[in-house]
Ligand binder design. Structure first.
Ligand SMILES: [Zn+2]
Length: 258
């Protein structure tokens, strides 16, 4: 049954992304799954006493996704060449991303939904940033997959393109990062030749135990990219690609776990 549902999700998503080849593959997965389900119902799959054809054969739960919109409040993050603040783009993109996951049936936890820093009620100003990160790490622990959204900046204007960092705590983080890096490059940044990077030493990625990534979506120090990141349609497409690659990762993991 999982494969049937996965196939339906996959097909709808790929049709939306106009990836007809993948959509046909999804139909194939579903047809194969129907065969597997038939064998499980009527074959050897449910022969235990008390387990009739009416009982569940496979059960699965979609993972809880924690989406972290980097920075916020007094911490604006990078400032773009056009004056835009990283914290605002991060939140906008994170919000679009949460909608994508929710409409596909995932439970989403956001580290912030407003322009704020995460601090304890009695947080001292000098330790605000560290309190903020501690609070984010705590929220990250509530989920099964952690995606942190950031924008990049460099002293030279010429650099551009998304880059994904992965946590070394979970061995599958790198595959998730790879799928995200490829998905974004293939659909939105065809000249992006960047490779994924280890996030060893990065505070949040060091503390999260589940598959975890930081997606640096583009350089605010590059005029062309900064302009694109101001465009809501572009951010929606970016959100869709991040969702889509993560969803593929989930389907792949569930099918190997089952
Ligand atoms: Zn940042």
């Amino acid at each position: 049954m999982f494969y049937i549902i996965a196939g339906v999700f996959c097909m709808l998503k790929n049709l939306r992304g106009r990836a007809w080849g993948n959509a046909l593959l999804s139909v194939f997965i579903m047809l194969s799954a129907c065969g597997v389900a038939f064998l499980n119902v009527y074959g050897q799959g449910s022969t235990k006493a008390g387990e009739g054809a009416s009982g569940p054969i496979f059960t699965f739960e979609l993972p809880v996704i924690v989406i972290d919109a980097g920075h916020g409040g007094a911490d604006s993050g990078a400032v773009g060449v056009n004056g835009m603040l990283e914290k605002d783009i991060n939140l906008k993109l994170a919000t679009f991303l949460s909608r994508e996951f929710e409409s596909a049936g995932y439970k989403v936890v956001m580290t912030r939904t407003d322009d704020v820093m995460l601090v304890d009620a009695d947080g001292v100003h000098s330790t605000k940033k560290s309190s903020d990160l501690t609070a984010r790490a705590k929220i990250a622990g509530e989920g099964d997959i952690f995606i942190s959204i950031h924008m990049n900046k460099f002293s030279e204007e010429k650099y551009k393109g998304a880059q994904v960092y992965y946590s070394v705590n979970d061995p599958t983080s790198a595959s998730l990062a790879e799928m995200l890096q490829r998905g974004i490059a293939e659909s939105l940044q065809t000249d992006n030749k960047r490779a994924i990077k280890s996030g060893d030493g990065l505070y949040l990625l060091d503390r999260v135990r589940c598959p975890a990534v930081i997606v640096e979506c583009g350089f605010l120090s590059n005029w062309e990219e900064a302009a694109r990141l101001m465009d809501e349609e572009y951010l929606k497409q970016m959100a869709f690609e991040i969702f889509s690659a993560t969803d593929d990762f989930v389907i792949e993991r569930m099918s190997t776990d089952t």
